[in-house]
Design a protein around this ligand. Structure first.
Ligand code: SF4
Length: 375
């Protein structure tokens, strides 16, 4: 039996956040039912009994924006798959459309981890980035999830937002730490092309914190979270011991995963497949048994080595030197010797026994360093 992770994409959102470039859409709610039916068909075709599923991540988009019936229809089908006994089953939820009824269904069908999008605790900031909820709605949802017995919750936060001060960021961290979630993701804002923020940025109408302040925000998150008993296991991710997100680790470790839904990608049997991101085209394709895969790439040895390095170096413990050799039949020195030498000398990469990882200073330059691992 092949062990895999399963990603399920729900492309609907009530409103598009101003910073978001994910393949998600507002105003397509009328497609939800047809979409879920198509998605179930794709899932049952792809996820045969030869697979044992270790982790599931229902992401998006906003899975909690599904109606009660659609949610139940989906989760019921998922629960019939060949699931491992200690499965991690995450569903992304956003305050504003998560209800007690939905939490009850999630619990009933085996969701055992919730990832909540919050981003900041100040209502003015939430509004200014296009979120549909305020802080109180988040806290109410968080407590309701606890009442239903969800004991593995992640909260997503963002720093470097327009008009966000260091003091704002400190307050966000402190208030979330006080709620004691098992996992906190602290991402730095990236102004992505195609977003509402990108347009404003181009027009010079967006006031984002200086690079120096952003660095302070990153360091503040790190120190506050470490002090509160979280450990950093990836550049932007912190958890209580043993409660890292196993699904994301599967990506960073380059394990196999299958994605279903519009825009979902898979990495399986050395192939990368990506479905169309056009929701209507996806539904129509599935219903008429037409191809929905938009891109298919067979990874070369070089692709695999590059991805192993730049995905692996995101993890705080980095990559395993022996694992590199085992996977690719070449020593890491043979492939990356001079580059490693350069960065080890500059103390941006550290070698410790079998591991190679970015130093604290190396993390600050991670984008530049990782780009150099492209062969
Ligand atoms: S809720 Fe999430 S997926 Fe939807 S627009 Fe906002 S950030 Fe993007």
């Amino acid at each position: 039996m092949k062990e895999i992770s399963l990603y399920i994409h729900i492309p609907f959102c009530d409103q598009k956040c101003f910073y978001c470039d994910f393949p998600s859409f507002a105003g397509k709610g009328q497609l939800k039912e047809a979409y879920i039916k198509a998605l179930i068909k794709e899932m049952n075709n792809k996820i045969t009994k030869e697979y044992l599923i270790n982790t599931i991540f229902i992401g998006g988009g906003t899975p909690s924006s599904l109606g009660v019936n659609e949610l139940e229809m989906l989760l019921k089908e998922v629960s019939k798959l060949n699931l491992s006994n200690n499965i991690e089953h995450t569903m992304e939820c956003n305050p504003g459309n998560l209800t007690r009824e939905k939490l009850k269904i999630m619990k009933e069908y085996g969701v055992n981890r919730i990832s909540m999008g919050l981003q900041a605790v100040q209502n003015t900031l939430l509004k200014s980035i296009g979120r549909i909820h305020d802080y109180d709605e988040f806290e109410k949802n968080f407590k309701e999830a606890r009442d239903f017995g969800f004991n593995n919750i992640n909260v997503d936060l963002i720093f470097g937002l327009p008009n966000q001060s260091l003091e704002n960021w400190k307050e966000s961290l402190e208030r979330i730490i006080a709620l004691n979630p098992e996992h906190i993701s602290a991402y730095s804002l990236i102004i992505e092309e195609g977003t509402a923020f990108y347009k404003l940025y181009e027009e010079d109408k967006l006031k984002v914190p200086e690079e120096e302040v952003e660095r302070e925000m990153y360091n503040l998150a790190k120190s506050k979270l470490l002090e509160a008993g979280y450990y950093q296991y990836e550049i932007s991710n912190y958890s209580k011991i043993g409660l890292e997100c196993r699904h994301n680790l599967a990506y960073w470790n380059m394990d196999s995963w299958i994605g279903v839904g519009s825009a979902a990608s898979s990495y399986i049997d050395n192939k990368r497949l990506t479905n169309t991101s056009v929701v209507e085209k996806y539904i129509e394709g599935i219903n008429n048994d037409n191809p929905i895969v938009e891109e298919e790439i067979i990874n070369s040895l070089k692709d695999n080595m590059e991805e192993f390095m730049f995905m692996g170096l995101r993890k705080i413990k980095g990559i395993s030197i022996s694992e590199f050799e085992k996977r690719f039949g070449k020593s890491i020195e043979e492939v990356y010797g001079p580059l490693l030498n350069k960065y080890e000398k500059a103390k941006l990469i550290i070698r410790n026994g079998d591991n190679l990882y970015l130093s604290s200073q190396g993390i600050e330059w991670s984008n530049q360093i990782m780009a150099e691992f492209l062969l």
